[in-house]
Design a protein around this ligand. Structure first.
Ligand code: PEP
Ligand code: MG
Length: 284
């Protein structure tokens, strides 16, 4: 997951197409032949800029954030899309759209992407017209309609931070309710399972890009649910890699089967922690 908000948050002014392009081009060059998944901007709610475009909202997490903001500010969105597409010829770039809530919205996004491709073609600027596109599954509505969304994209990325927040109606940044916030809640896990099943049927890839994948105790469960790709902050990679290398897939499958029959978060958390401790005592 390559978050692009820093381009807006670190600057007093809106980034230009060239500034976007240079940032993406540098990353793509560093990764050479490895895929780079660039997520379009996810501004609003917890990621505000100084820009006057953002007016205070009574309920910002349910408001004009992320892809919704982009679709209401097309010039800004198109600037970023042009830069990503221009960088797409430098390596293996994929593009990912955050906070999709329904099929109509996704179709609208794809129309904008096609418009931008046509503009670049008119200007004889090169881009990869077969660029892989994906969406983040961060809302219960996206998870519950994953079968339809899957027909429109090449991959899903489950954003467990937001998916947990929206499924449990718990503000992910509010300490007063932090004990209620857990990706081990059976409701969250059921949604992830639905997404996995629909993606499997449509034969598209799914990865996990929320903090859930950074917790050692969730790794067996995620592997058992069929996840094979996760996104991590670089400092966490060695620890999680060690967990993955220490567990047997048959045990992971068993953990997932057991957990998906459990009805409370407490039971699930305890179970996955014990299972991981057995496989890798030094992880705790
Ligand atoms: C998520 O919601 O899980 C996610 C990866 O996106 P962010 O944390 O940037 O909202
Ligand atoms: Mg998110």
């Amino acid at each position: 997951l390559y978050r692009t908000e820093f381009l807006y948050l670190n600057s007093q002014t809106e980034p230009t197409e060239q500034e976007h392009y240079e940032a993406y081009a540098e990353t793509v060059r560093v990764f050479r032949d490895k895929p780079v998944i660039i997520r379009t901007m996810d501004l609003g709610a917890d990621k505000y800029t100084q820009s006057r475009r953002f007016v205070p909202e009574p309920n910002p997490f349910l408001g004009l954030r992320s892809i919704r903001f982009c679709l209401q500010n097309l010039e800004l969105f198109k600037t970023q899309l042009r830069a990503i597409l221009r960088a797409s010829v430098l390596g293996r770039v994929k593009i990912m759209f955050p906070l999709i809530t329904n099929l109509q919205e996704l179709k609208q996004v794809k129309t904008v992407l096609r418009d931008v491709m046509e503009d670049l073609a008119d200007e004889s600027l090169p881009y990869n017209d077969a660029i892989e596109t994906g969406i983040m599954i961060e809302t219960p509505s996206a998870a519950l309609t994953a079968n339809w969304l899957a027909r429109e994209v090449d991959f899903f990325s489950v954003g467990t931070n937001d998916l947990t927040q929206y499924t449990l109606a718990v503000d992910r940044g509010n300490e007063l309710v932090s004990t209620l916030y857990s990706s081990a809640d059976p409701a969250v896990l059921r949604l992830i399972r639905t997404v996995m099943q629909d993606a499997h049927r449509a034969q598209i890839d799914v990865d996990i890009c929320g903090e859930m994948a950074s917790e050692p105790e969730f790794i067996m469960l995620l592997l058992g649910m069929g996840i094979r790709t996760i996104s991590l902050a670089p400092p966490l990679i060695p620890e999680i890699k060690q967990v993955i290398r220490s567990v047997a897939i048959e045990d992971c499958n068993r953990v997932a089967r057991e957990v998906l029959g459990m009805s409370t978060e407490r039971e699930i958390s305890g179970y996955v922690r014990n299972a991981t401790r057995r496989a890798l005592p030094e992880a705790f």
